[in-house]
Ligand binder design. Structure first.
Ligand code: BGC
Length: 411
């Protein structure tokens, strides 16, 4: 597929300081106070190294198709940065999103207006899932643009950033974007769109609903808006009424499969409690059907690069384990992810697909080359899991472990 605005690759250490505007070796030292694990420090440095001066964070520096900033990846990454005290970097990401949203304000307003008028909307005319690193909209008819989850995840992540930096009021410069994205989610919350894997554009996806719920809840709080809060509870009811089938939560309105991204229903978005018995059954099914060599695949019929195990999802499972206090299982998930960090400190998108399903692996290899060797979202979820675990290792707060478990996962 043709892609526009592929940014230059800046890997040389001597350039890092100029690129990020910070001295990363100093950043590493500072981080040792937060978490002593060298791998976590290295992952944070990888994230910072892949952040542009303007705040954008590239999905992967080595995979041409991913040289953009996705709202989904970036917003989880910003959350990870806040967990290790890298609030400035997180703030720069949120400012970048703010400007990107301002840049597409007419697109968003028109989508809402046409939707209200029940006029047909082509997915290509919807707000994008990803932006060029300069914040401009990427016009590419081949890409399934219409994915609302990232907008929800952004609002959630911004809310978390403000909470973790002690800002109880929404800064004025964000108000316009938060209102606009809130209205956008309000309008399209229950409209079929492409899912978090950028597939199946005709269904309502359970993990998308989770992200939208997280976003609406955050926007309702930040704007003190009861209508948005009510819309969030409609989304929650939709999950409970329609996505709960076969005694567990299912992938979408069109599929009774499980999908590992459903884990986000509980952690971090809290549409359901981690202890919810149907959610517990969902986790059991995910464990049974999606394990691969100790990691976690996306969904049973996945074929992308042979459907290997993803650090993002394995860490998400670990994050869930933390929320229910299963530290051994959380550590196992952490260790699996850590074992996949290569000698150069890179952490790829997925592992094992070439053995699991060689034919599909080859098909994707021929199309796009090898899967991303360094996926910044993978680093971020590893950081989130490790910092969550570290809270248990340092019970200096005088609080109980279960309270800390809540902290580690509770938005
Ligand atoms: C995944 C998306 C992700 C994107 C960039 C795609 O393959 O399906 O969830 O946002 O890569 O990492």
């Amino acid at each position: 597929m043709a892609r526009c605005k592929v940014p230059r690759r800046l890997a040389a250490t001597s350039l890092i300081r100029n690129w990020t505007g910070r001295d990363l070796s100093k950043t590493s030292d500072q981080l040792s106070d937060v978490n002593p694990e060298a791998t976590v420090r290295a992952s944070v440095v990888s994230i910072l190294r892949n952040q542009e001066e303007n705040g954008a964070i590239v999905a992967s520096p080595d995979f041409a198709e991913y040289r953009y900033c996705w709202l989904r990846d970036g917003s989880f990454i910003a959350y990870a940065l806040d967990q290790v005290g890298q609030h400035d970097a997180s703030a720069r990401y949120h400012s970048w999103v703010n400007q990107a949203i301002e840049g597409i304000s007419e697109l968003i307003d028109r989508a809402i207006e046409w939707h209200q008028q029940e006029r047909p909307l082509h997915p290509d005319h919807m707000p994008p899932a990803r932006f060029a690193l300069d914040g401009s909209n990427v016009v590419d008819d081949d890409w399934p643009n219409f994915q609302i989850d990232g907008y929800g995840t952004w609002l959630w992540s911004l809310g978390q950033h403000l909470l973790s930096t002690g800002q109880s009021l929404l800064p004025d410069e964000f108000r316009g974007s938060v209102e606009r994205v809130g209205r956008y989610l309000d309008a399209f919350a229950l409209t079929p769109c492409f899912d978090v894997w950028e597939e199946s554009g005709t269904a309502l996806h359970t993990s998308t609903l989770a992200c939208v719920y997280g976003g609406l809840t955050a926007a309702a709080r930040l704007l003190d808006d009861d209508d948005l809060a009510e819309r969030a509870s409609t989304v929650r009811s939709q999950v409970r009424d329609s996505a709960l089938r076969l005694g567990r939560y299912v992938k979408s309105s069109e599929s009774d499969d499980v999908d590992a991204s459903i884990l986000w229903l509980a952690t971090p978005f809290r549409v359901v409690e981690p202890s919810d018995r149907y959610f517990a059954e969902t986790v059991r099914t995910i464990e049974q059907l999606l394990r691969l060599d100790g990691g976690l695949r996306r969904y049973p019929t996945d074929t992308y690069f042979g459907s290997g195990a993803w650090p993002v999802l394995t860490a998400s499972l670990g994050w869930h384990y933390l929320s229910v206090g299963d530290l051994d299982a959380a550590r196992e998930a952490r260790d699996w992810v850590a074992a996949h960090i290569d000698a150069e400190g890179r952490l790829g998108e997925q592992f094992g697909g070439e053995r699991r399903d060689p034919q599909h692996y080859r098909e994707w290899l021929e199309r796009w080359g090898p899967p991303a060797k360094d996926l910044i979202w993978s680093h971020a979820m590893y950081v989130v899991l490790c910092t969550g675990l570290a809270k248990f290792a340092e019970p200096h707060t005088g609080r109980s472990r279960s309270e800390d478990a809540g902290d580690a996962s509770q938005p």
